[in-house]
Design a protein around this ligand. Structure first.
Ligand code: AMP
Length: 419
């Protein structure tokens, strides 16, 4: 029986990879302009990094992690997100001893055992950016500005920035209690999962998509009515900085994000061009995460962008195919060597050149050049070659010219770069 890929795990085929490269390169360029450096983390970590970091009573830790025991009996997990690993690396390598402020980013696949559907996979790619060591609300605005700048640069439109504040260790417990009291009066409306969440983590009820739970959520108390003075001040400043930068946002007091480590600022960018999985990116501040994973008291803020969702939103008219700049059609066996030599020289000069390996007829070689959407075709062979000439065809204008074999490379480079 033919072996197929695992459900929820995708291949990225060559005809779509141009989009991925474009998005990754744009992220690198913009993030580095904002002073971020890449930090590459491992695919697998000790399970407790995520259970302690993300929180035991979250959907990710309760039911979505790819956890297994290795041959030495250690419990390991495929990373479901990047922030906890990035924080671990910052602590482990004492990056703070050089400069307490670290601005880092990472691009790579994450793994969650979720129910696959459009925009939701079990292996999916995230672009992740984090700032460690700054509690100033100015940096909350800075990362949001960088995120929006990036999304605009790749060409996304119709986006909505939603923000909220989730409070801190001082004020959130009070809110949690209020929420518990409120939902306790609605238990008959809550699904089985939410009845359990009510005991373990009532904030999670906000993420439930069951209709009766959604009805119960409608009149629930709002976290922003329970913020302590410091959290309120912080949130006001973030909003002020965003206004200063000319960013519009929607206050969404129901947005709680699926991970426990968030404190104060939380944000999401949603697209109205996506279906039910409409969040393109999400992030927030996590001032307790470092302590949860056994480290120093260090504040942090960051975001993750879902690459599959982002790529599905790229403008359709934009092409990302890396078509050959030149296709060499060589006729006759003796010209094959000449064609091969030329191809190697062109590659060394950074020109995307392609060759026919089969020694087929000119007609079939031209057909292939057309299929590959080659910009030019160089025909080597026939009477022209005997006269020391080759024929260069511009595939867009369909014009042809004879060019001398001596100095061929320079002329080709000139013609190709002219387009
Ligand atoms: P999170 O780490 O849950 O805050 O997610 C950040 C972003 O990653 C989301 O806004 C989505 O764009 C993307 N994302 C999260 N889970 C998945 C998934 N299972 N499949 C595809 N994209 C995802």
């Amino acid at each position: 029986m033919e072996i197929k890929a695992i459900r929820g795990f995708n291949d990225l085929l060559p005809d779509e990879i141009g989009k991925w490269h474009f998005v990754e390169e744009t992220a690198r360029q913009i993030f580095e302009e904002f002073g971020f450096s890449e930090l590459r983390i491992p695919v697998i970590e000790k399970t407790e990094l995520f259970s302690r970091g993300i929180g035991e009573a979250t959907d990710i830790v309760e039911k979505e992690m790819y956890t297994f025991t290795d041959r030495s009996g250690n419990s390991l997990t495929l990373r479901p997100e990047a922030t906890a690993s990035m924080a671990r690396a910052y602590l482990e390598h004492q990056m703070y001893s050089f400069d307490p402020v670290a601005k880092v980013y990472f691009i790579g696949p994450m793994f969650r055992y979720e129910r696959p559907q459009k925009g939701r996979y079990r292996q999916f790619y995230q672009i992740d950016a984090e700032v460690f060591g700054v509690s100033n609300p100015m940096v909350d605005a800075e990362v949001i500005v960088m995120l929006i700048q990036f999304l605009k640069k790749v060409g996304l439109e119709n986006l909505e920035l939603q923000i909220n504040s989730l409070g801190c260790r001082e004020c959130r417990p009070r809110y949690r209690e209020e929420l518990k009291k409120y939902f306790a009066t609605k238990t008959f409306q809550l699904c089985e999962d939410c009845q359990r969440r009510l005991q373990t983590n009532p904030l999670r009820i906000f993420d439930c998509k069951v209709e009766t739970c959604k009805d119960a959520i409608a009149d629930a108390p709002q976290v922003t009515d329970f913020l302590c003075q410091d959290c309120q001040k912080h949130f006001d400043k973030v909003k002020g900085y965003l206004q200063e930068m000319g960013l519009t946002y929607l206050l969404n007091p129901r947005m709680v994000r699926g991970l426990d480590y968030y404190t104060r600022t939380a944000f999401e960018v949603v697209s109205y061009n996506l279906g039910s999985q409409n969040a393109v990116a999400g992030g927030g501040r996590y001032d307790n995460l470092f302590q949860e994973i056994g480290g120093l008291d260090i504040p942090g803020i960051g975001f993750a962008i879902g690459m599959e969702r982002l790529i599905s939103l790229l403008p359709a008219e934009k092409t990302f195919l890396q078509n050959p700049q030149l296709f060499i059609a060589a006729l006759g066996e003796e010209t094959q060597m000449q064609a091969y030599r030329l191809l190697s020289q062109l590659h060394l000069q950074g020109i995307r050149a392609e060759l026919d390996y089969e020694g087929k007829s000119l007609k079939s070689q031209m057909r292939r050049a057309n299929k590959l959407n080659a910009q030019h075709v160089l025909i080597l062979g026939g009477d022209e070659l005997k006269r020391g000439k080759a024929v260069l065809r511009d595939m867009a204008s369909k014009s042809q010219e004879e060019i001398p074999m001596g100095g061929l490379l320079d002329i080709l480079k000139e013609r190709i770069n002219r387009d």
